[in-house]
Design a protein around this ligand. Structure first.
Ligand SMILES: [Zn+2]
Length: 378
């Protein structure tokens, strides 16, 4: 049996929705889908010298017969959204997606609309920070905030919810505080004095982490994992504070032994994340954003992860957002990186062809089906 995962279905465990009218993007809007930078100079001058972006244009040429960015943008502006998205996602066998709808949610299609446009099953991932902020704004005491937050979490269960997610890495870092109820109470009162009535952007502080830790416990009750952004990501994040090793005390704690955690992005801490996955049965990882933004390192990153993490712990995600090319490119990078990494392992005598194929299928869909309990999907 020749080893081949090119046609294997991908279940994208970390992605975002498409923007309304995504076919009408100009050059800058399109480039923004492939960088975390908002610098105009990066977008205008440097993107065309980024290997992942030129690689993206090379692969688009395979389908659309043009290597010219302006000609491609003109062409895609004429396309029907649904047909265009489905053609791209069919090309790389994206079978289903778990969508975090906490990003650009006023400008993007909602989950039902996305399901209809893409013809895919769409599962829901709920960001905790929005719920925490809403609860803190509405409550007049810490206990009221706790009740509101827990009720909001339980309410999301009916909405095809398969995962929770925290962006605490971008809101002060992954060193999680362990406040007592008294400390959280005092901090709640301070917060109420500080912030404006209708807007709150929560950053690392006792009351935030107090509710976050409650959510981690509740996730086990709801039977859904918690995704955690680690490593590269938003430009306002402190990269040093986004090392997943900072969460080790939490993974070691009995209090969260029944909660499953998925470390997202991970780069440049792929080895640290892999080690955590090898230590703790409830810790998983993906590479999502990293695999697209640093696509030249796809094979190396996957090898670093699989060198230490069991293959039952690595999940595929694209972090695609706004335009369907971003999900498509992420999926393409996963298949290419996995193929390279598994071939190297076959050549080194570490895996047989059959074992390599089984490993590829676990990473691309098997692990996601099991972890997120996506019954009904084969
Ligand atoms: Zn992400």
């Amino acid at each position: 049996m020749a080893f081949d995962i090119s046609k294997a279905v991908i279940i994208d465990n970390h992605a975002h929705s498409l923007l309304r009218n995504f076919c009408e993007m100009d050059e800058i809007a399109f480039r923004q889908c492939f960088t975390e930078s908002r610098s105009m100079s990066i977008l205008q001058e440097h993107m065309r010298h980024s290997i992942h972006y030129t690689d993206l244009l090379d692969h688009l040429e395979r389908i659309f017969n043009t290597r010219d960015e302006a000609a491609f943008l003109e062409f895609r502006a004429q396309q029907k959204e649904s047909q265009f998205a489905q053609m791209l996602w069919d090309d790389v066998s994206i079978g289903a997606l778990i969508i975090d709808d906490g990003f650009q949610n006023d400008k993007a299609y909602n989950l039902d609309e996305l399901a209809s446009i893409s013809g895919r099953t769409i599962y829901h991932c709920k960001r905790l920070e929005g719920l925490i902020e809403e609860s803190l704004i509405a409550a007049s005491s810490l206990s009221e905030a706790e009740t509101l937050f827990q009720n909001k979490l339980k309410e999301t269960r009916g909405q095809k919810l398969v995962s929770l997610k925290t962006i605490c890495g971008y809101r002060g870092g992954l060193q999680i505080l362990r406040p007592s109820k008294d400390e959280a109470h005092r901090d709640f009162l301070r917060l109420k004095e500080e912030f404006e009535e209708t807007y709150l952007r929560i950053e690392k502080r006792p009351v935030y982490h107090y509710l976050l830790l409650q959510a981690f416990e509740l996730a086990a009750e709801l039977n859904v994992p918690v995704q955690i952004h680690c490593g590269i990501g938003d430009d306002d994040a402190d990269l040093i504070e986004c090392n997943p090793a900072l969460m080790q005390p939490l993974f070691r704690s009995q209090r969260f032994a029944k909660t499953h955690f998925v470390l997202l992005h991970c780069f440049p801490y792929v080895r640290e994340a892999g080690f955590l996955c090898s230590l703790y049965s409830n810790v998983y990882m993906d590479l999502s954003l990293s695999i697209s933004l640093s696509s030249a390192r796809g094979t190396n990153m996957i090898s670093d992860a699989l060198a230490i993490a069991p293959s039952s712990k690595l999940l595929a995600g694209t972090d695609g957002h706004s335009c369907p090319e971003s999900h498509w490119y992420g999926a393409l990078c996963w298949k290419r990186g996995l193929t390279g990494s598994l071939f190297n392992m076959i050549n080194a005598g570490l895996l047989t062809q059959r074992e390599a194929e089984e490993t590829g299928e676990l990473v691309l869909h098997g692990n996601a089906i099991r972890l997120y309990r996506l019954e009904g999907l084969a």
